[in-house]
Design a protein around this ligand. Structure first.
Ligand code: SF4
Length: 277
C-alpha cells in the first residue's frame, strides 16, 4: 500500500497504474483515455470472473441508461463520458434478478460507488444484493449536469439541440461540446452553474469506496490512470496485464495530479457549503 499524506482525500491507495487497452479496437473507440476500463472488464467477462457488467450507456444528448454488458461489444457501446447521473439501483436490481447474475462488476460514479459499497460491506436489508457485487469501478467525477436546464441553456444561447450533441470532453479550463461537425468550448465557470446541486457539495473525486478508481490525467493523454484500492483489485489489474488485455506502467508519480483535482473539488464543496449554512 502506498503511504500518502492524502489518504483521506483519495481513500486507500494500494497501487497506481497508467493503463491502456492492448486491443486496438478498444483504443480506437476511446478518445481521451486508454480504454483500460473496457479492457479490464472485457478480461473479467471473457475469463468468467464476472457474469455481467452494469454500466451506463449514453442514449441522446446527456441522457443515459443503465445496461448490463455481457461481452466486449456491449461494453464498447457504453464507451465515452456520460454527463448525467443515471438511475442505477432499481434498474440494476431488476436486471440482476431477471438474468440471475451472481457476480457483477459495476462501473459508476463516486456517489454511486459509496451507495453500492455500503450495501455490499454493511448490508441492511435482506433484499439488498450486495453479495452479488464483485467489483466496483468508479470513474473520476467533477460533477454531472442538471441536464434539462443545461440543454435548455445550450439551445437558447447557442442554438445547439440535444440530438446534435455527439460528445463532450472536459479540457483544462473549458468543456468541449462536439455537435454536428463542429465544436463549442464553454468556459468551466459558465458550465458550473448547471451542475446538479448535490455535485456542488460533493467531496469525492475518485470514488474512495470503490475497488478500482479510473480516470484521465491531462499529462498522459491516451492512458487511463487506475487506482487499485485493495489486493483483489490489484490482482485483477495485474492478471489482465499477464493475459494480454492491458498494457501497464507505474503511475504513482501522477497521484499529485489526481490529488490537485480532488482538492479543487473539496474546495468547491467547502465554498458551496458555506453558502448553505
Ligand atoms: S460530483 Fe459527486 S454527487 Fe455529483 S455525480 Fe459526481 S460523485 Fe456523484
Amino acid at each position: 500500500m502506498i503511504g500518502l499524506p492524502s489518504e483521506n482525500l483519495l481513500g486507500t491507495v494500494f497501487g497506481v497504474y497508467l493503463a491502456r487497452a492492448k486491443d486496438e479496437e478498444i483504443r480506437k473507440r476511446k478518445v481521451a483515455s486508454g480504454g483500460a476500463v473496457t479492457a479490464l472488464l472485457t478480461y473479467a467477462l471473457e475469463k468468467g470472473i464476472v457474469d455481467g457488467v452494469v454500466t451506463a450507456k449514453r442514449t441522446k444528448g446527456f441522457e443515459g441508461q443503465a445496461i448490463v454488458a455481457h461481452n466486449k461489444e456491449e461494453l464498447l457501446e457504453t464507451a465515452g463520458n456520460k454527463w448525467s447521473i443515471v438511475p442505477f439501483a432499481a434498474r440494476m436490481k431488476a436486471k440482476i434478478e431477471e438474468e440471475d447474475l451472481k457476480r457483477v462488476a459495476l462501473v459508476c460514479l463516486p456517489c454511486q460507488a459509496q451507495f453500492f459499497a455500503q450495501m455490499r460491506d454493511f448490508p441492511l436489508l435482506e433484499t439488498d444484493f450486495g453479495e452479488r457485487i464483485k467489483y466496483i469501478v468508479s470513474l473520476f467525477c467533477m460533477g454531472t449536469f442538471a441536464f434539462e436546464a443545461f440543454l435548455n441553456y445550450l439551445r437558447m444561447k447557442y442554438g445547439i439541440k440535444a440530438e446534435q450533441i455527439k460528445d463532450i470532453h472536459l479540457k483544462k479550463d473549458f468543456l468541449e461540446i462536439v455537435y454536428n461537425d463542429t465544436k463549442l468550448d464553454l468556459p468551466i465557470e459558465e458550465v458550473y452553474s448547471y451542475l446538479q446541486a448535490g455535485c456542488l457539495v460533493c467531496t469525492d473525486y475518485t470514488g474512495t469506496w470503490s475497488d478500482i478508481s479510473a480516470g484521465f490525467v491531462e499529462s498522459e493523454p491516451g492512458w487511463t490512470l487506475l487506482i487499485a484500492r485493495n489486493p483483489k483489485a490489484e490482482e485483477l489489474i495485474k492478471n489482465a496485464e499477464k493475459e494480454g488485455y492491458l498494457e501497464l506502467r507505474e503511475g504513482s508519480h501522477l497521484i499529485g495530479e489526481v490529488l490537485k483535482k480532488a482538492r479543487e473539488k473539496l474546495a468547491r464543496a467547502q465554498q458551496n457549503m458555506m453558502y448553505l449554512l
